[in-house]
Design a protein around this ligand. Structure first.
Ligand code: 3PG
Length: 314
């Protein structure tokens, strides 16, 4: 019986975990889990006998693949695979898959919730602003941006998107106006980043771009921390106290920013969640988690590889 390990330092909702366990049972797979672990060593030793693994943004480095000698397949229950050493996985003949789109709605809902919280001054009894009719600029037009566009319809927003990997037609089909220059996107009232961390996107969001934002513009990063240059945020916030930044990817230099602009202004201009809360809902845990275990079951049943991300042949 192939053994499946659910390894999540950020645990899924119990309903999702129970669902994964049931699918394992129904398909002749044994189930084990390690949740909320604190060290890589705990992860390595838990994975030593596993033949399949379900993970979130858990760090699967070379040592993980060296130690997980029986491993055949890893499914990332989510989209981003930047925390997985894909070359090491391929070297050890491990199939890596993801479950694109399964947590997109959760991220989109969170972004709108945070936008409203910021625009309404955290409901502190002062008079705030509405987001209805704002322009929304989406960097990347993948699953999360598409979910954003759906939600934005209720707020009568006009959506724009810059995505160098899609044609104008594809972007229009998603319901956004295509733009061909990232600078154009920063003329929108709200700019939301939905791109992976790649050599092209890392540190690409800088002061030059942020300075193009209109009065009271808000930038949102619910994608990857590497995309934003934090020094640029610190610098532009000192010149533009009207701008806002919402981060679901942490803000490592928050003490420096507080020192530069003061605690009251920081509260006005910045919202930072406990890191990466976008996909942390029952629904997306169930969607991504059950999709992951179904992909694993299919693999052990007939060798099918669905959404493989580390190349077909090795
Ligand atoms: C993803 O890449 O799917 C999202 O960033 C969610 O990541 P998480 O599963 O770690 O919350």
């Amino acid at each position: 019986m192939p053994s499946v390990l659910l390894a999540t330092f950020k645990p899924f909702n119990k309903i999702a975990v129970d669902g994964i366990e049931k699918i394992c049972k129904d398909n002749g797979l044994t189930f084990g889990k390690i949740e909320g672990y604190k060290t890589q060593e705990e992860l390595y030793s838990a994975a030593e006998s596993a033949e399949a693994c379900i993970v979130r943004s858990d760090k699967l480095d070379e040592e993980f693949f060296n130690r997980a000698k029986n491993l055949k397949i890893v499914v990332r229950a989510g989209a981003g695979v930047d925390t997985i050493d894909l070359d090491a996985a391929s070297k050890h003949h491990v199939v890596v898959e993801n479950t694109p789109g399964q947590n997109a709605n959760a991220v989109a809902e969170m972004v709108f919730a945070l936008l409203i919280a910021m625009k309404r001054n955290h409901f502190d009894a002062t008079s705030g602003r509405e987001i209805r009719g704002s322009t929304l600029g989406l960097y990347g037009c993948g699953n999360v941006s598409r979910a954003m566009i759906e939600v934005s319809k209720g707020f009568a927003m006009k959506c724009y998107s810059y995505d160098p990997f899609l044609s104008d037609e594809q972007i229009k089909e998603c319901g956004a106006e295509p733009l061909h220059d990232l600078k154009e996107l920063f003329k929108c009232d709200i700019v939301s980043l939905h791109v992976p961390a790649t050599p092209q996107t890392i540190n690409s969001i800088n002061e030059d771009l942020m300075s193009l934002m209109p009065e009271n513009g808000v930038l949102v990063d619910a994608a990857r921390s590497e995309v934003i240059d934090e020094d640029s945020v610190i610098s532009i916030f000192q010149k533009r106290p009207d701008l806002g930044y919402i981060s679901d990817v942490g803000f490592t230099k928050i003490d420096e920013l507080r020192e530069k602009i003061g605690a009251a202004q920081l509260k006005k201009q910045l919202i930072v969640t406990p890191k990466k809360m976008g996909a942390q809902t029952l629904e997306s845990n169930v969607n991504a988690g059950l999709t992951a275990i179904k992909q694993i079951s299919a693999y052990f049943k007939d060798g099918s590889t669905i959404h493989q991300v580390n190349g077909k042949a090795f």
